[in-house]
Design a protein around this ligand. Structure first.
Ligand SMILES: [Zn+2]
Length: 188
């Protein structure tokens, strides 16, 4: 029973062909079943495995814990989502500069919608509820606020770095650590 419940929770870390995670925010993980299928179809290389074996009629397989794509996957754009806006802004209200949990944050149109402001990377910022109410439908200057930095569309790399700073390494399987925190092993 313990064996089965452990198995259902197992996830596989997915790396790009350059051995970097496919994404950091959120971290690229697949259900192990999908990873095993990709290994059998020769789409990914299995780098590490859990200490658990799965048996079919004729073969047995170790459950993959880390796999890497065989073909490099190029990411050109970051999707414009609420989570990615928070991530770009490091979960800090862009007016008061304080950190908040995602559930305590909202977003603000720098140029208010009623004045033609659009929902785009360069007009949306992470904002705490208090500052969102304070600003209401006014411009930044009218509300007596200042922006920490001008909002811009982040590159995939910038967003990866932001997600990496936020990730909690304690909750990650030991076989993932070498691939996620390669530099950590160089620390004294
Ligand atoms: Zn605030």
């Amino acid at each position: 029973m313990t064996h089965l419940s452990r198995l259902s929770e197992m996830k596989t870390l997915v790396l790009n062909a350059d051995m970097q995670p496919l994404s950091w925010g959120p971290l690229s993980v697949w259900p192990w079943q999908d990873a095993l299928v990709a290994v059998l179809q020769d789409r990914v290389q299995q780098l590490c495995a859990y200490d658990v074996e799965i048996h079919s009629a004729s073969r047995s397989f170790r459950v993959p814990s880390v796999v890497a794509l065989k073909r490099f996957h190029l990411r050109r754009k970051v999707s414009f989502t609420r989570y990615n806006v928070f991530l770009r802004d490091s979960f800090r209200c862009q007016y008061c500069g304080k950190h908040f949990e995602a559930r305590e944050l909202t977003f603000d149109h720098v140029i208010p919608r009623c004045r033609g402001g659009r929902s785009t990377w360069d007009n949306i910022v992470t904002c705490c509820t208090a500052d969102n109410l304070r600003k209401a439908a006014r411009s930044v200057r009218e509300a007596g606020l200042t922006l920490l930095r001008p909002p811009l569309e982040p590159s995939p790399h910038l967003l990866d770095m932001a997600a990496r700073r936020l990730s909690h390494r304690d909750s990650l399987h030991e076989t993932w650590q070498d691939y996620l925190y390669w530099d950590a092993s160089l620390e004294p």
